[in-house]
Design a protein around this ligand. Structure first.
Ligand SMILES: Cc1ncc(COP(=O)(O)O)c(C=O)c1O
Length: 414
């Protein structure tokens, strides 16, 4: 079990006290929140950071000559530096956006649509979230690009047997999720990126499900673009991040036009501000950025390696429990090798939405549906799955509570 034996276990009881929402009950039961892959809960320090910004410093950034404007700018630019340290990347490559979806749209619109040529190929995979699929379809349609796909094998891992072939010309860019939000599969990024770069293919990483859950170093991975959402890593909604190699950002045209992203404007034409500001049109969500910086402090103080080890133990428990439960099918890798803490399953003869609804009666929150991965659902031969996903604040008792509630599903539909 990766790292679990070499790192000090989390004191989850103490840590849960940091999250006010975990005190509440749902339908007369203690809340068991197993939906962190959709969005994580927020610790008090993050809520306080957002409050402190609005209560003490609120002003618009980058254009103030007054004290509050300068303070707000310092908070915003400080958050950029903090996020860069969190993912071990140069800060001038950090573009603040709303979420992973916007970050990937930025790359697909600005880089792929404008800087690739008709006939160039973008390589994706069959297990991408719609956020890492639809923007490329739009770009392909508008710029005459070709799309190709790595397939998923029967264990729920990427089939890399034809990777070299698919990386050959005319492929110019590979965009791939680091960890599947449905199967939990962790993709062997380093070797894939090495293979891609050997063919002069750039790599864009959808890190929405990895940055919150494991140490991720941009320098170490060597990727060219990396996108993630603050709201999945204890930060407020509205704080998303695109990291891109600054030299690529220099070459890319703006994504949105307006205030803050320009150098000079005449009635007929404009010139652009420096990178990364060129990509940050309009008033940014400074409060969310302050919350994201606080979330980086919070997670780093605990240690991403310890969080990952804790999640691995919970996932092992979850997989064992599901395996023991009659009539349950689990999708994705069945052991901890190359997988994280998002576990999809179905109960025979019961629609995933009914599973979710009955679990909710016991206070257990899981997600049900296609998880924005309709092509993957098709590959799995199902319309929907239920998904339990864990984070640093979950306990083994909660996994047991989930198991009992699942027993209730089977009793009702049995
Ligand atoms: C793998 C993956 N990519 C992208 C996204 C989109 O994230 P957001 O809705 O924050 O843009 C998600 C959200 O669940 C995801 O799991």
């Amino acid at each position: 079990m990766s790292g679990a034996s070499t790192t000090t276990p989390l004191d989850v009881t103490r840590l849960r006290a940091d999250f006010p929402i975990l005190e509440r009950s749902v339908n007369g039961h203690a809340l068991v929140y197993l939906d962190s892959a959709a969005t994580s809960q927020k610790p008090q320090v993050v809520l306080d950071a957002v409050d402190a910004y609005y209560a003490g410093h609120n002003a618009n950034v980058h254009r103030g000559v007054h004290t509050l404007g300068n303070e707000a700018t310092d908070i915003f630019e400080g958050a950029r530096e903090r996020v860069a340290r969190f993912i071990d990347a140069p800060a001038e490559g950090i573009v603040f956006v709303r979420n992973t979806t916007e970050a990937l749209n930025l790359v697909a619109s600005s880089f792929a649509r404008e800087l690739l040529s008709p006939g160039d190929r973008v390589l994706l995979t069959e297990m991408e979230h719609h956020s890492n699929l639809v923007p490329w379809q739009l770009a392909a349609e508008r710029a005459g690009l070709e799309l190709a796909f790595l397939r998923v094998d029967n264990d729920g891992r990427l089939d890399l047997s034809n990777l070299d072939e698919l990386l050959a010309p005319p492929t110019r860019l590979l965009s791939v999720g680091h960890q599947s939000n449905v199967l939990g599969t962790v993709v062997p990024l380093r070797s894939i990126i090495e293979a891609a770069h050997a063919r002069d293919v750039l790599v864009c990483v959808d890190a929405a499900q990895s940055v919150p859950h494991m140490p991720v170093s941009v320098r170490d991975l060597g990727c060219d673009f990396l996108a993630f959402s603050g709201h999945k890593m204890c930060a407020p909604m509205g704080a998303g991040v695109l990291w891109a190699r600054p030299e690529l950002l220099e070459r890319m045209p703006p994504f949105l036009g307006g205030g803050s992203m320009i150098l000079r404007v005449s009635l007929e034409r404009s010139s652009w501000s420096t990178v990364p500001h060129k990509f940050e049109a309009g008033t940014p969500d400074v409060g969310a950025a302050a919350g994201l910086a606080a979330a980086c402090d919070y997670l780093d103080a605990i240690g991403l390696d310890r969080i990952h080890a804790h999640e691995q133990e919970l996932t092992s428990h979850l997989l064992a429990l599901l395996e023991e439960t009659e009539g349950v099918e689990v999708y994705g890798p069945q052991d901890l090798d190359g997988r994280g803490g998002a576990v999809s399953f179905n109960v025979a003869g019961v629609h995933a939405h009914d599973v979710g609804t009955i679990l909710d009666r016991s206070g257990v929150a899981v997600r049900a549906g296609h998880h924005c991965c309709q092509p993957l659902m098709k590959r799995l031969g199902v319309a929907a799955t239920a998904r339990a996903s864990v984070y640093l604040y979950n306990t083994h008792d909660e996994i047991d509570a989930f198991g009992s509630a699942l027993g209730e599903v089977r009793r009702i539909f049995g």
